[in-house]
Design a protein. Structure first.
Length: 677
């Protein structure tokens, strides 16, 4: 039996050229693709087997050159240069609509003598715009064989696998970048002194500034009269200009455009979608449609799930033997897990719309549009990527701030991103809105959809306000400007995005389900047992919920939460939700199932009819608003805290974030309740 061969290749290219789509097609993985820069902010790896060869594909962050301006580009440059002996070669992705931009990095890697396979992706998009590319001439000019692909349609993927199998990686024999004459002697001496293999590696070392502190003796030997000529940034600009000039000459003989080509849909749409007024109107309208769909489309599957778990609770209560096990399963575990699973349709619908917007190219317009809005608050347009990503989950959103070059803007974005309404908040919002907001509509739009949209906008504007305040205290080191290409609009991969959503929803259910399972058991134990009233006796079993250890603990914190309008059960829910926000709903489902012996009654109905000892409704309008505001502002996610610390490497900023958000949540919720009660 033939032994399986192993090989590692790197997937490299500019942001937004379809790298992640090629990666997914090669490895059959479900890495998220998005039609805007900054989706891949750390290297991802996957494997595939082809003709008895196992290939590891490392998808590096998108970069425009070897000179990093942000952390994700630094990850790219370091991996590419430092690990050159570890990988067989680079699969370089060029987008047909941005050949000139992509050739800068391609030529730099060529001059490092890295073996490469060149892939030109999305040829179909160029043809639609009347752009014809002579692949034969292009291949001859670059000295490399070109594979044409349309990764979204799986066209050309097998050709890439064949090229990797046959080791069709090409190492350029000549250097495309000619060292400027004024630096030629110095670069040659540096090459000899540092024993660089090529002249370009010496140039790169100098222009990156990595070895300047170690070559003072060479500078002295040369008696360099103008030290300013050795400023790394100036050398980088010099190289970039020359490489683009060479790219222009190559492409002049390769690209032809059809005359009088009609204005495309992209240009027509952009007149509205990036308009300084109508752009924001359209964005808000899209958000409103999404939130209307979250309630309207999810209504039936949510009812089915609710009925299913009610039936499971009743079935287990009837068929399991009487005793602790029956109570644990029927009144603890099933209601707790059901309280989370019921919100899966809403989360799925929200994520699906977001994926479609990213895939289509619209999110790139949102980044461009928001740059004007975010600048006065100390942020830039790239901050909108983590802010919007935060509506799914704050953890990858915080990581995606690596795409922001300016350290101050990155820190500000990290600190305020958790204010964005993530999918973990959605179950809390949904159940509270369902309790306190009627089913009425205005102009066909549900009040509930308007309130949900209001909560998302509240999170966004509080994030901006917080950034503006923090901007006054955090010192800045230089200005940044948003420079980006707006990609063409593309047909979203509806089926692929749906598969992605199913995976994300399952991750949510399984992740939250594990926590809820453990929390449900803990809550059941604390609620099933209680202190006996008789002397010399410590534990009583199957006590009334109000006489349990759980109630005793909950009532112990009641004085702290009473000003917010919460009873002890809500206090327990808030404490458990510090693990993850969605645990609040599972905890409430478990508590109300333990208190009520009618498993067929929906949890939300039990919550709606619950009253305090004075006859006041537990979930009044004032209390509901207080809960919504508390969860809008509170920092209740241990995983997010861990990621914030990892990205900032500072307990000071992590602790400040927790104190700021929790303090704000408590104060605002208390004021709201006291005014509305």
């Amino acid at each position: 039996m033939q032994e399986t061969q192993k090989k590692q290749v790197l997937l490299v290219g500019n942001p937004n050229v379809g790298k992640s789509t090629v990666f997914n097609a090669l490895c059959n993985k479900k890495q998220k693709t998005g039609n805007y820069a900054g989706v891949t902010v750390a290297s991802h790896s996957g494997f595939y087997n082809y003709e008895n060869e196992e290939v590891e594909v490392v998808d590096l962050p998108g970069s425009y050159s070897l000179y990093p301006s942000s952390e994700d580009e630094a990850i790219f440059s370091k991996f590419l240069i430092d690990n050159q002996k570890d990988y067989a070669g680079v699969v370089y992705i060029l987008e047909a609509l941005s050949l000139k931009r992509g050739l800068l990095l391609f030529q730099q890697i060529q001059d490092l003598k890295v073996p490469m396979i060149l892939v030109v992706n999305q040829i179909d998009q160029a043809e639609r715009r009347g752009i014809a590319i002579d692949i034969q001439k292009f291949s001859e000019a670059l000295g490399i064989t070109i594979i044409q692909t349309n990764a979204k349609e799986q066209i050309g993927i097998n050709e890439i696998k064949e090229a990797i199998l046959n080791n069709n990686f090409v190492t350029s024999e000549k250097q495309s970048f000619e060292t400027p004459s004024e630096h030629k002697d110095f670069i040659q001496k540096l090459k000899s002194h540092k024993e660089f293999e090529t002249e370009y590696k010496a140039w790169l070392s100098l222009s990156l500034g990595t070895d300047l502190s170690k070559i003072d003796s060479i500078i002295e030997q040369m008696n360099e009269p103008d030290s300013k000529s050795l400023v790394p940034k100036r050398l980088q600009v010099q190289e970039t200009v020359r490489r683009y000039q060479k790219a222009d000459k190559i492409l002049a003989n390769v690209i032809t455009k059809k005359p009088q080509f009609k204005e495309l849909l992209t240009e027509k749409l952009d007149k509205i979608l990036v308009h300084k007024f109508w752009g924001y109107v359209v964005f808000l309208a899209i958000l409103l449609i999404i939130f209307q769909s979250v309630f309207f489309l999810a209504e039936y599957p949510m009812n089915w799930i609710d009925d299913l778990f009610a039936w499971l609770g009743a079935f287990s209560s009837e068929h399991l033997p009487e005793g602790p096990l029956n109570s644990l399963v029927s009144n603890g575990i099933i209601p707790g897990i059901g309280g989370i699973v019921i919100f899966a349709p809403q989360i799925g619908i929200l994520l699906y719309f977001l994926y479609l917007l990213e895939d289509s190219g619209y999110m790139a317009r949102v980044v461009f549009l928001m740059d004007r809005l975010l600048r006065p608050f100390g942020l830039n347009g790239k901050s909108i990527v983590p802010l919007v990503s935060g509506t799914a989950c704050a953890i990858p959103a915080v990581i995606s701030t690596r795409n922001i070059e300016n350290l101050k803007e990155r820190l500000l974005t990290i600190l305020v991103t958790p204010f964005m309404t993530c999918s973990a908040r959605l179950p809390v919002y949904s159940i509270i809105i369902g309790l306190i907001i009627s089913d009425k509509t205005i102009l066909g739009i549900k009040y509930k959809a308007l309130v949900l949209m209001g909560m998302y906008l509240l999170g966004f504007f509080v994030a901006l306000f917080s950034a503006a305040v923090l901007n006054k205290f955090i010192k800045n080191k230089g200005k940044t400007y948003l420079v980006m290409d707006l990609p063409t609009y593309k047909k979203p991969l509806f089926a692929y995005d749906f598969k992605m959503v199913l995976g994300k929803v399952w991750d949510f259910i399984s992740g939250a389900g594990k926590i809820i399972f453990i929390v449900s058991i803990i809550i059941w134990v604390l609620s099933y047992f209680g202190p006996k009233q008789q002397p010399n006796e410590f534990v009583a079993t199957d006590v009334h919920l109000d006489h349990s250890y759980l109630a005793k603990m909950g009532k112990g914190i009641e004085p702290v939460i009473a000003p917010l309008g919460y009873d002890w059960k809500m206090g327990v829910g808030i404490l458990t939700s510090f693990v993850a926000r969605e645990v609040f709903v599972g905890t409430m489902s478990t508590l109300y199932s333990l208190e009520d012996d009618a498993p067929e009654v929906k949890v939300i109905d039990k919550m709606r009819r619950d009253v305090k000892p004075n006859g006041e409704k537990v979930f009044s309008f004032a209390t509901g608003v207080s809960v919504l505001l508390f969860y809008a502002f509170a920092m209740q996610c241990i995983s997010t805290l861990a990621v914030v610390y990892r990205e900032t490497k500072s307990w000071k900023w992590t602790g400040f974030q927790v104190a700021m958000m929790t303090g704000l949540a408590y104060f605002v919720s208390m004021i709201a309740y006291q005014i509305l009660k």
